[in-house]
Design a protein around this ligand. Structure first.
Ligand SMILES: NC(=O)c1ccc[n+]([C@@H]2O[C@H](COP(=O)([O-])OP(=O)(O)OC[C@H]3O[C@@H](n4cnc5c(N)ncnc54)[C@H](OP(=O)(O)O)[C@@H]3O)[C@@H](O)[C@H]2O)c1
Length: 187
């Protein structure tokens, strides 16, 4: 294991590599059985996390689905929302940022306070972090469903190393180390 902070993309996906429906529904995910104390569970994961990162669509999903009906923002760690929009964050732990992840590295590392950094999604933002050499591992719980279209898990060519696998009820859980961009080879 490398030294802190580790940049971790921890997510769930359909078998065919989507994070969400084209209309951002997570119905296919939230209806699956999962053991909250089982393999690669969220509680163990979040204990090592000091700061989190997400794109605009993911932030909007949280506002519409987790913060509605007067519920508070569900995270107390610093959160960086990447967007080009001028928005007023819903909590004072949220920073609104734009541009290359590399330009935010120092701020992210400082905010994480020696702990790891969670790249929540989406997939293109996670890939931007990889391109900036700010992605160490990808942990995916694959649900037993295909959608054929939607928000992509990781829309780039990269080599990964499979480090660990496990089953958590309906999910196949896999931990990968990020190796690097995969060049195109002419056939
Ligand atoms: N399955 C899961 O466990 C899981 C995990 C995470 C997310 N999700 C879901 O998956 C979907 C992901 O949506 P998405 O693919 O659209 O990705 P996203 O990263 O959530 O949002 C993409 C948007 O973020 C902004 N953005 C990205 N990079 C930026 C940068 N470098 N600088 C400034 N702004 C930047 C842009 O929005 P603007 O230019 O419009 O500001 C871009 O259109 C959401 O529905 C989310 O709820 C599911």
């Amino acid at each position: 294991m490398s030294s802190h902070p580790i940049f971790r993309y921890y997510t769930a996906s359909t078998l065919d590599g989507y994070l969400a429906d084209p209309d951002d529904s997570l119905d296919w995910l939230l209806t699956q059985p999962i053991d909250e104390g089982g393999a690669m569970n969220y509680t163990e994961f979040i204990a090592d996390i000091g700061a989190m990162v997400m794109g605009w669509t993911t932030y909007r999903w949280l506002l519409e689905n987790e913060v509605s009906d007067g519920k508070p923002w569900p995270y107390d760690i610093p959160c960086f929302v990447f967007t080009h929009r001028e928005i007023t964050p819903i909590a004072d732990t949220i920073s609104v940022v734009t541009g290359d992840p590399g330009s935010k590295r120092d701020a992210l590392v400082a905010a994480a306070g020696g702990k790891d950094i969670w790249i929540v999604g989406g997939g293109d933002l996670a890939a931007q972090f990889a391109d900036a050499r700010m992605l160490d591992e990808i942990v995916v719980s694959f649900a037993p469903v295909t959608l054929g279209e939607g928000r992509p898990l990781f829309p780039r060519r990269y080599d990964l190393e499979l480090v660990d696998t496990a089953r958590n009820r309906a999910f196949v859980c896999a931990r990968y180390a990020v190796v690097g961009p995969r060049p195109r080879v002419a056939s």
